[in-house]
Design a protein around this ligand. Structure first.
Ligand code: COA
Length: 284
């Protein structure tokens, strides 16, 4: 992870506990690392047992705080509920929740099966709901905070991303209602919408390499973001500095969504969407 000098007090999260789905890699790994670097312990949750346990060990070693890795699937509420029991047994509380587990691939609607569409909605939208459902009682006890990692794809109509756009629109709507319904109980709920972030599986896989230079030129801040940019934003949203911020989205994208052509769409529109054009995506 590229590192920025943190503007936050090193012990701002001392005594706190984070639970992070998708924390074994990418953006969510960067978020947990920052939270732990600021004093909290953590549990990370992901599908592949060895990966999640290895990631937890690395996080513990790098930060000097304790992280446990728990395997499960956000599509299965019972696996999350078990994970929460383990986390509370280990650390006694949960203050911060990150709903970050996500699934994505590029596909035109013409190549998207009903099961493919459903799969992404189940991981992203239902998975976020399950994460909320499994953790909300603990968050009410600690007056904690939940953060979903969403996207900007659905702010415009992004070709090849109908499934993810629908899923993330649902995530955004859900989190805002959580913010409104649980604000009176002292729980905050927010969203980070990352733009193009370098070094993530999403960008490496979803952005064709030959389009990177053109894509970067269209970003107002003229560069891709870093995982650390998202981690710093998350640190702020969990910090006391954000205590009056709830039910809202923090877009961390260098201004990208205002100007850039849609991810995966640039250079292929409209030819690839005409009859026969879907073959262009068969290798993505
Ligand atoms: N284009 C079109 N359809 C696709 C696809 C693609 N690139 N990849 C998967 N699908 C379809 C499958 O064909 C299947 O539909 P079908 O049963 O009608 O054939 C459906 O999606 C479910 O796929 P499957 O691989 O069985 O589901 P899974 O639960 O094992 O994994 C994902 C789902 C999304 C996690 C998987 O596609 C994946 O590994 N994606 C890459 C990793 C990722 O998403 N990381 C997130 C960071 S961006």
């Amino acid at each position: 992870m590229s590192s920025t000098v943190s503007v936050f007090k090193p012990d701002v999260f001392a005594g706190k506990v984070a639970f992070v789905t998708g924390g074994g890699s990418g953006i969510c790994y960067g978020i947990v690392k920052q939270l732990m670097a600021h004093g909290c312990n953590a549990a990370i949750f992901g599908r592949r047992q060895k990966n999640i346990e290895d990631a937890a060990a690395a996080l513990s070693k790098d930060t000097g705080k304790k992280c446990i890795g728990i395997s499960g699937d956000v599509r299965k509420l019972d696996t999350l509920q078990e994970a929460i029991k383990r986390t509370v047994a280990e650390f006694g509380r949960i203050d911060f929740v990150v709903a970050g587990a996500a699934g994505n691939f590029l596909s035109p609607l013409a190549g998207l099966s009903a099961n493919a569409f459903k799969t992404v909605l189940e991981i992203d939208t239902l998975g976020t709901y399950h994460t909320f459902k499994a953790t909300i009682d603990e968050l009410c006890k600690t007056k904690g905070s939940i953060l979903a990692i969403s996207a900007t794809l659905h702010y415009t109509a992004t070709p090849l991303q109908a499934h993810v756009s629908a899923a993330k629109a649902g995530v955004d709507a859900l989190i805002k209602v959580i913010g409104v319904e649980y604000g009176p109980r002292g729980v905050r709920a927010n969203i980070i919408a990352p733009g193009p972030i370098a070094g993530t599986e999403g960008m490496d896989r979803l952005m064709p390499k030959e389009l990177v230079a053109e894509h970067t030129r269209a970003i107002p801040l003229q560069t891709y973001g870093s995982i650390d940019d998202i981690a710093q934003a998350a640190t702020f949203l969990f910090s006391p500095g954000a205590k009056y911020i709830t039910a809202t989205t923090l877009v961390v994208d260098g201004g990208s969504w205002h100007t850039s052509q849609s991810v995966g769409g640039s250079g292929v529109y409209p030819d690839a969407f005409l009859p026969g054009g879907e073959k262009a995506f068969s290798k993505l």
